[in-house]
Design a protein around this ligand. Structure first.
Ligand code: KG4
Ligand code: ZN
Length: 338
C-alpha cells in the first residue's frame, strides 16, 4: 500500500503545533511552540491572548516544520486538523490555516477530534490493539472509552463536573503554585506525606468521575488553616490530593478492564504524564496480567503528532471535509462511531 503522509495541525489551547506523520504511526517531524510562559503570569490560559499568539506563530511553525522535515507541501497526502473541542479563537487559527493549505494544494482536509488525537498518541509508540479501554485524562476531559476497532469510540464514563487536569490546575492555584499545576503537584507529592483528610472523589461503582468536591475540600481546608493562623504543608496537601485522585481513577479503570474483558488499555491526555498515575497503572496492569501503553512524555500534552496519527485513521474511515469546515468549541467524539 502507498505510504500516506499527513500534515497535522493542532492549536486548540495554548500550543501551536504542526507535524508530519507517515501512515498514522511514524513521526517524520514535529514542531511545538508552547505559550505556557505567556499564560503563567495570569495563572491560566487567557483565550484572547492565546489566539493572538497562535496567529503570530503559525506560519513560523509551518516554515520550521518544512525545513526540519525536508519535505515540500506537494509531498503531503492530506491535512489533518484539530477542529474541536477547545478554545474557539485558538481552534480557528489552525482550521483556517489547514483550509488555506488544502485550497492551495488541493489535498483533502481531515477534521480530527482533539481527544481522538490524545488516544492515538499511543499509536506513535505501539499499534493500538483492540478491543481496548482508553483512559482519557486531560485539562478538559476525564473519560473512560471502549474501542473495538479503529476510530470507533464508545464512552462508558465521564466527569460530571471538572476534568482531572483542571482540578490539578485549580488546586495548584489555591496552594499558590504555578500554572500548569499538574507537573508541580506531581513533583511536590513525591516529597510529601498523606496527612490531610480529603474525600475520595465519587468513589462508587459507576464509571463517572467528579473532581469539584475534592477541590472544594482543599479550598475549605486552606481557609480554615489560615483562619487558625496555621501554615499549609503544601507538599503534604499535594500528596493527599494526588493519592485520592489516583486511587479512584485506577480503581475505575481496573473495573472497566475486567468488565469489558480487554487485554489492553491506553492512557491519554496531559495527566498521562503524571508519574504516580503511571506507576499505579503499571502495578494494576501487572496484577491483572494485561498490557498498557502511555504515550512518550512529549506526546502526552498537546501536540500535532497525535493529530497526524488519529488523522490517518479518520481519513481511512472516510472522514473528509470541504472548505466549509468550522471550528467547534464543544463537540462530542462519541458521534464518530462507525
Ligand atoms: O492534554 P493537555 O495538554 O491539554 C488539554 O487537552 O486539556 O492537558 C493539560 C493538563 C493540564 O491540566 C496539566 O496540569 C496536566 O495536563 N498535566 C499534568 C501533568 N502534566 C500535565 N497533570 C498531572 N501530572 C502531570 N505530570
Ligand atoms: Zn489536550
Amino acid at each position: 500500500m502507498k505510504d500516506l503522509y499527513c500534515l497535522a495541525i493542532e492549536s486548540s489551547c495554548d500550543e501551536t503545533s504542526m507535524s508530519i506523520i507517515k501512515n498514522g504511526s511514524v513521526e517524520i517531524s514535529t514542531v511545538v511552540v508552547t505559550q505556557i510562559d505567556i499564560h503563567k503570569k495570569f495563572g491560566g490560559v487567557v483565550p484572547e491572548v492565546a489566539s493572538r499568539s497562535h496567529i503570530e506563530s503559525i506560519t513560523i511553525v509551518l516554515d520550521e516544520l518544512l525545513k526540519r522535515s525536508g519535505m515540500k507541501l506537494d509531498a503531503i497526502d492530506f491535512i489533518g486538523v484539530t477542529y474541536g473541542p477547545g478554545l474557539i479563537g485558538s481552534l480557528l487559527v489552525g482550521v483556517e490555516c489547514a483550509k488555506t493549505i488544502s485550497l492551495v494544494t488541493g489535498k483533502p482536509l481531515v477534521p480530527v477530534h482533539h481527544i481522538a488525537g490524545h488516544i492515538y498518541a499511543n499509536n506513535l509508540k505501539r499499534r493500538l490493539e483492540f478491543p481496548l479501554i482508553a483512559l482519557v485524562v486531560s485539562g478538559g476531559h476525564t473519560d473512560l472509552v471502549y474501542m473495538d476497532q479503529d476510530y470507533s469510540f464508545q464512552r462508558i464514563g465521564s466527569t460530571l463536573d471538572d476534568a482531572v487536569g483542571e482540578a490539578y490546575d485549580k488546586v495548584a492555584k489555591i496552594l499558590g503554585l504555578e500554572y500548569p499545576g499538574g507537573p508541580v503537584i506531581d513533583r511536590l507529592a513525591k516529597v510529601g506525606n498523606d496527612t490531610y483528610e480529603l474525600p475520595y472523589p465519587l468513589d462508587d461503582k459507576s464509571y463517572n468521575f467528579s473532581f469539584s468536591g475534592i477541590k472544594s475540600a482543599v479550598v475549605n481546608l486552606v481557609h480554615n488553616e489560615k483562619q487558625r493562623g496555621n501554615t499549609i504543608r503544601v507538599e503534604d496537601m499535594c500528596t493527599s490530593f494526588q493519592e485520592r485522585i489516583i486511587h479512584v481513577i485506577v480503581k475505575k479503570t481496573r473495573q472497566a478492564i475486567l468488565e469489558y474483558g480487554v487485554k489492553y488499555f491506553v492512557v491519554a491526555g496531559g495527566v498521562a504524564a503524571n508519574s504516580a498515575l503511571r506507576d499505579s497503572l503499571n502495578e494494576m496492569a501487572l496484577e491483572l496480567g494485561v498490557q498498557f501503553c502511555v504515550p512518550d512524555l512529549k506526546f502526552c500534552t498537546d501536540n500535532a503528532a497525535m493529530i497526524g496519527a488519529a488523522g490517518y485513521y479518520a481519513y481511512q474511515s472516510g472522514i473528509v471535509s470541504d472548505l466549509t469546515l468550522n471550528a467547534k468549541a464543544i463537540d462530542s467524539l462519541y458521534e464518530y462511531t462507525k
